[in-house]
Design a protein around this ligand. Structure first.
Ligand SMILES: Nc1ncnc2c1ncn2[C@@H]1O[C@H](COP(=O)(O)OP(=O)(O)OP(=O)(O)O)[C@@H](O)[C@H]1O
Length: 236
């Protein structure tokens, strides 16, 4: 569970997150909002890339603010980025293995964990191929597999389906839905694809100008007039 209390993150005069007070309990939570709403800033604050101005965040009851980004990784926080970060001259296996370099995992365990994650995302057949040979979907799958190793507790996924076709997006849906069972981690998912959010997220948080404008069951949240107006661009 993520508990965010009175969180403010500021860039100069812009409050990217403005006194946010929410609790995210569902195993797969959506995070949506118009461009510039503060979604990526919230993910960056959770992963420790950005320091908050004030307020606190706790994951499963443990305060995150004293921890560096590296310590947060050791506590099981994983982050995927809008732009995939696959290393071209490393194999699929080695791209994923690199995540375990700084975690207390033996070489044998690491190999087994990587193989399990690679199989989960459907990349076993290309596990020894170089990053440079992968298509966009496979690259996105490498990113997901990187987030699945080393006993993750929270996966922060920033538009994992960007650029995917319909069939690929359907496959991604199934994978996201299975994550809590695969590794007992909570998922916080940013995506502009409302169909993906609806299909995978039991609960959704909607931000606008850094504030929570709705939080609750996804289908109820998506039907709220304030959300339809701010996010879906409809008249209230
Ligand atoms: N490093 C930064 N320096 C200055 N302002 C920033 C910085 N990062 C974000 N902002 C500002 O903070 C606000 C929130 O940005 P953020 O990227 O978190 O929004 P977002 O909801 O993720 O948007 P998008 O959907 O376009 O990715 C915006 O006004 C943005 O311009």
């Amino acid at each position: 569970m993520i508990t965010i209390s009175q969180l403010t993150v500021q860039f100069g005069g812009v409050k990217a997150i403005n006194n946010l007070d929410v609790r995210l309990k569902a195993s797969v939570c959506g995070l949506i909002g118009p461009n510039g709403a503060g979604k990526t800033t919230l993910l960056n604050t959770l992963s420790g890339f950005i320091r908050s101005h004030s307020g606190t965040i706790a994951l499963n009851g443990q305060w995150l603010h004293p921890l560096t980004p590296a310590e947060r990784v050791r506590r099981g926080i994983r982050r995927s980025f809008q732009t995939e970060q696959v290393v071209e001259d490393l194999s699929v296996n080695d791209n994923i293995l690199a995540i375990l370099d700084h975690l207390p995992v033996s070489a044998k365990e690491a190999k087994a964990e990587v193989a399990r994650a690679v199989a989960y995302v459907g990349l076993t057949a290309v596990a020894h191929q170089l990053g440079s040979s992968l298509n966009l979907y496979q690259r996105r799958m490498v990113e997901l597999a990187k987030a699945l190793v080393g006993q993750p507790r929270l996966l922060l996924l920033d538009e994992p389906g960007a650029g995917m076709n319909e069939a690929e997006a359907l496959q991604l849906r199934q994978l996201i839905l299975g994550i809590p069972q695969f590794c007992q981690a909570q998922v916080l998912l940013i995506d502009h694809d409302v169909a993906l959010i609806s299909a995978t997220c039991e609960e959704t948080l909607v931000l606008d100008f850094g504030r929570c404008i709705a939080l609750g069951l996804t289908r109820e949240v998506l039907n709220k007039p304030c959300v339809r107006k701010a996010y879906l661009g409809e008249d209230a």
